[in-house]
Design a protein around this ligand. Structure first.
Ligand SMILES: Nc1nc2c(c(=O)[nH]1)N[C@H]1C(S)=C(S)[C@@H](COP(=O)(O)OP(=O)(O)OC[C@H]3O[C@@H](n4cnc5c(N)ncnc54)[C@H](O)[C@@H]3O)O[C@H]1N2
Ligand code: MOO
Length: 376
């Protein structure tokens, strides 16, 4: 009995409890999911500082020059008295007593004095005006972006607690596979090996790729890899050389999904081995393998890495026929807010999907209009 496409994704996500938290230097945390909220360790800014190069002034002008402060200087010990000013650089600490900073281009300078238009508090970035120490800036499970790394550094972090990235082994089966040169009668070039890394390494570390003979004992042994997920391509069906189901039985795996009601990709599998490692079986037809990766493998890896479930993207999809029972996954390109099918979408061919930006999810009962998009 095939599992519905939506139920299959829910099952993959529910199997994906976030892996343990690890503490990493900022540079290594990019793209990982926060395992605890990012809270400001200090007030931001940490001290009153100038937003402009110019003069910090106290009281009404004209102001007598009383020195200069640069970014990186210690805050001045003396309070600026009414009628005094200091030359100040952007980012430099504003002296106590200063009412405002006047940008240099608005000042008239003589040897000892400065005049210019003053507005109380103008161009002074006050300590804590952005946030106070302890405030939650980014919540747990958010994926760390370059901007978040900069924010973390600016509020004092050297390391972050993130969920460990899942590790993956990729096993490609098929005695007919060629690893180089043109295909010839009876032999096909492996087209899944080149596709998979780019689909999964955003949220996972691919530790090993191996080509496995079409033999049950060999496949059973290969499933001994100790990664969090083992992906097996091309042994999911019921032919004489399709040994994944037999190997999973030999290993007493719990098969949670045995076929998904989608086209292409319906023979895909998801199983858990007795000690908790997960196995995803992808159909051998290359476009079907890609569709199955977006259906089960991506949500599973994102969940293991602790990433929150993203809001689905939708678009208006033009001119697609539905399947009588199953969800169709249709390669589309996006233009002017619409998704346009690219065609050439046979399960064994990557021709259409190679030109696509996304797969449109078209349920059997779809009546036209908006559909969910899975980005490629
Ligand atoms: N009796 C049935 N036969 C098949 C069914 C079915 O429901 N009943 N489903 C068909 C569908 S749909 C698919 S998809 C395939 C899935 O089969 P497998 O996962 O066992 O894959 P294979 O049989 O090994 O290969 C299928 C096809 O793909 C080619 N292939 C395999 N690996 C690669 C690769 N790495 N790169 C390029 N091409 C690959 C292989 O040569 C075959 O042509 O089962 C159908 N049969
Ligand atoms: O559904 Mo198969 O997975 O079409 O090629």
């Amino acid at each position: 009995m095939l599992t519905s496409w939506h139920k299959a994704r829910e099952t993959a996500r529910s199997l994906a409890k976030p892996l343990e938290a690890v503490e990493l230097p900022l540079k290594q945390a990019l793209g990982m999911a926060l395992a605890s909220p990012l809270r400001a360790l200090t007030d931001m800014p940490a001290f009153d500082n100038s937003a402009m190069d110019g003069f910090a002034v106290a009281g009404p002008g004209p102001w007598r020059r009383a020195g200069r402060v640069r970014a990186g200087d210690e805050p001045r010990a003396e309070t600026l008295r009414s009628g005094q000013c200091v030359e100040i650089a952007t980012g430099a600490p504003v002296p106590h007593g200063a009412d405002a900073v006047i940008p240099i281009e608005d000042c008239v300078q003589t040897q000892h004095h400065v005049t210019g238009p003053v507005t109380l508090g103008r161009h002074i970035r006050r300590a804590g005006e952005d946030c106070h120490a302890g405030l939650e800036l980014v919540s747990t499970h958010k994926t760390i972006t370059p901007a978040m790394l900069g924010l973390a550094a600016s509020v004092g972090y050297d390391t972050l607690f993130v969920h460990r990235r899942p590790t993956v082994t990729l096993l490609l089966t098929g005695d007919e596979l060629l690893l180089e040169g043109p295909p010839r009668p009876g032999r096909v070039r492996d087209a899944i090996g080149p596709v998979l890394p780019g689909l999964i390494t955003k949220h996972a570390d691919l530790l090993k790729t191996a080509y496995v003979r079409d033999d049950r004992a060999t496949l059973t042994e290969a499933l001994g890899e100790s990664t969090d997920l083992i992906i097996v391509c091309g042994a999911t069906s019921v032919g004489p050389a399709d040994h994944l189901r037999g190997a999973l039985r030999d290993l007493r795996a719990d098969v949670l999904i045995e076929g998904v009601a989608c086209r292409p990709g319906h023979p895909q599998l998801l199983a858990v081995l007795p000690e908790g490692r997960r196995v995803a079986g992808l159909p051998g037809n290359p476009f079907a393998a890609l569709a199955a990766t977006l259906t089960l493998v991506r949500p599973l890896l994102a969940g293991l890495g602790g990433h929150e479930v993203p809001e689905p993207t939708t678009a208006r999809v033009n001119a697609v026929t539905t399947h009588p029972r199953d969800t169709r996954l249709v390669p589309v390109t996006r233009a002017s807010g619409e998704a346009i099918p690219v065609g050439h979408d046979r399960p064994g061919s990557l021709r259409g999907v190679a030109l696509a930006d996304a797969l449109a999810v078209i349920p059997s009962h779809w009546a036209g209009g908006q559909a969910e998009l899975l980005p490629l």
